[in-house]
Design a protein around this ligand. Structure first.
Ligand code: SAH
Length: 238
């Protein structure tokens, strides 16, 4: 009897071990990514690092790229768009200095990965994506993964999302040629916008709005996909 209980316990332990090893949750890869590619390059905010350890990036990339999900480079998500490299996601998120009660607007949902990271750090995330199938896929994926404080709409991000403005922070993940005025208008006084600006040569800006004045700071050179003008989408082949 005792022997049977022991071997039963052993069986359960072995089963737990096997599921842990083969569960494919990539936790070890995620921890390693944070240590060697994010914290080691200067990102310090513990809440950001925890979010980067928690969000399963491999579930935001096409299945054929799953094994590459924790390397530090952007990957294709179809429709000529990319999921940003993990270091940049962490850097931009830290630069926005987010608080738990914040309401954030993201422009460029893409895969929904940056959206998921934001959702772990703030109260509500509104995200706008111009390419319909990407918006739909991201919404389904985030729903399936149980994120509850994310709202996505398919629209032109140059217009922001005025119904929920003003925002404590705005994070733009495609590059406009200039800082979009409409987005500045939707920023709270004291709010922060993180935005890559430029065409071929781009720089990541932190813009802080204080007393109606914009304080701009260049953080680093970057390479993002261009922010598409709504009109570009409307003009198709005849
Ligand atoms: N944050 C994304 C990265 C997406 S790449 C992620 O983590 O996966 C940039 C995204 O911006 C693309 O999906 C692109 O379709 C979208 N985009 C480009 N121009 C846009 C616009 N004017 N309005 C909204 N989204 C836009």
């Amino acid at each position: 009897m005792k022997k049977a209980i022991l071997s039963g316990a052993g069986f359960i332990l072995a089963l737990l071990f096997i599921t842990r090893v083969f569960s494919g949750d990539y936790q070890r890869e995620r921890n390693e990514m944070v240590e060697t590619r994010i914290a080691s390059r200067g990102v310090k905010n513990e809440r950001v690092l925890k979010a980067m350890r928690d969000v399963p990036r491999h579930l935001f990339v096409p299945p054929e790229y799953r094994k590459l999900a924790y390397e530090d480079y952007p990957l294709s998500i179809g429709h000529s768009q990319t999921i940003s490299q993990p270091y940049i996601v962490a850097f931009m998120t830290e630069a926005a200095d987010l608080k738990p009660a914040d309401k954030v607007l993201e422009i460029g949902t893409g895969s929904g990965y940056q959206t998921a990271i934001l959702s772990k750090l703030v109260d509500k995330v509104y995200s706008v994506e111009i390419i319909e199938p990407l918006a739909r896929n991201a919404e389904e994926r985030l729903d399936r993964l149980g994120y509850k404080n994310i709202f996505i709409k398919c629209a032109d991000g140059y217009k922001g999302w005025p119904e929920h403005a003003p925002y404590d922070a705005i994070i733009v993940t495609a590059a406009p040629e200039e800082i979009p005025g409409t987005l500045v208008d939707q920023l709270k006084d004291g709010g922060v916008m993180i935005v890559p600006v430029g065409s071929y040569y781009q720089e990541l800006y932190r813009v802080i709005k204080k007393g109606g004045v914009l304080h701009k700071e260049v953080l680093m050179p970057v390479r993002f996909v261009p922010m598409i003008r709504g009109v570009d989408v409307a003009i198709g082949p005849p």
